[in-house]
Design a protein around this ligand. Structure first.
Ligand code: 2RA
Length: 337
């Protein structure tokens, strides 16, 4: 059977990756409908070898759509997703709008695929930095209950979108030309040859929204409020690929060897862990990688029943587009659509 699928935000960085992922994974599509803001109306995109005309994302254009995958920002999601649902579509939304809504499942197919069963029209795609972390946490949680997670992230600029990528490019060019950056761009501070411990908006208590997403989304996805996460999210001058240094404390001891074994058997993970051969995950290896890579696996030398690991994943693929398409695949596998 084939389905009518819309991608909302088709002209954006993530929207384009969603289209490429639907093609690469040969999702059964009868009609593909690229939707975006009015400014993009009439533009041509190619999908499965056919030219498709971008239409404006409005309620009429969700008619006869079975699955609508959104990557158009929180405002568009809040305004449009209920209308798409009313037209009969199941929405998979990449924005943060619905993630913590109790009526919306928040799904990483390797971790909680069963949660698509109770959707009420909208299924939320988690934040990229949360997705790669829970894929790695899941096999550990299945072995011994997780008590605490300390995570520091090293996030690529592509997570901020095209303008930020153009800004990084401009800053690097200035640095090469003048030996220093004269004009700062997307972040209001220099990002080239720098790092910023600031992603999204600061909240009460000194944490950023990005850090609180990792805390709260993890509990919802793992269905365990006792998984305590504390996070520091940092922007680094990398194009694609988020990296995370993760310390996990579990109730029972899990040795580094046991952890490696669990990761090798777990879905969605690739173990890259051989320091003697200088093998560990790096962002540049995530360019065409669907798997989340885990390495630097070692027991915490300061605390029993705790492990350190280094997790790298393509923030636009598994962190956004791929996870959303895998949710759509899960809907088919579980006979929901
Ligand atoms: C970022 N996780 O990396 C956020 C949104 N993609 O900027």
């Amino acid at each position: 059977e084939s389905y009518n699928v819309a991608v909302v935000g088709a002209m954006g960085v993530v929207g384009r990756e969603m289209m490429a992922t639907l093609e690469r994974r040969k999702f059964p599509i009868a009609e593909f409908r690229p939707l975006d803001i009015p400014a993009h109306e009439g533009k041509i995109v190619e999908f499965n070898g056919k030219k498709c005309t971008v239409k404006t994302a409005n309620v009429e254009n969700f008619k006869d759509i079975d699955i609508a995958i959104f990557s158009a920002g929180g405002d568009a999601s809040l305004a449009l997703t209920p209308k798409a649902v009313k037209q009969g579509a199941i929405v998979i939304d990449n924005s943060s709008a619905w993630r913590m809504d109790p009526d919306c499942p928040l799904v990483v197919p390797e971790v909680n695929p069963e949660d698509v069963d109770w959707h009420n029209g909208i299924i939320a795609n988690p934040n990229c930095s949360t997705i790669q972390m829970v894929v790695a946490l899941k096999p550990l949680q299945d072995c011994s209950k997780i008590k605490r997670v300390i995570v520091s992230t090293y996030q690529a600029v592509s997570g901020s979108g095209k303008a930020a990528l153009d800004g990084l490019d401009a800053e690097i060019k200035e640095y090469v030309k003048y030996g220093k950056v004269k004009t700062v761009h997307a972040y209001g501070k220099q990002i080239a040859m720098n790092c910023l411990p600031h992603i999204d908006v600061f909240q009460e208590g000194g944490y950023t929204k990005e850090e609180l997403k990792m805390v709260n989304e993890t509990k919802k996805i793992m269905k365990d409020d006792s998984v305590n996460v504390t996070a520091t999210c940092v922007r680094i001058p990398v194009i694609y690929g988020h990296s995370e240094s993760i310390n996990v404390e579990t109730e029972k001891k899990i040795s580094a060897d046991k952890a490696r074994e669990l990761f090798k058997a777990a879905p969605g993970l690739l173990v890259v862990d051989n320091p003697a051969e200088v093998e560990y995950p790096v962002p540049c290896d995530s360019d065409n990688e669907d798997l989340t890579m885990v390495g630097r696996i070692r027991e915490d030398n300061t605390k029993d029943n705790a492990l350190n690991m280094w997790v790298v994943s393509n923030n636009i693929r598994k962190g956004a587009a791929l996870n959303a398409v895998q949710i759509a695949e899960t809907l088919l596998e579980r006979g929901i659509v």
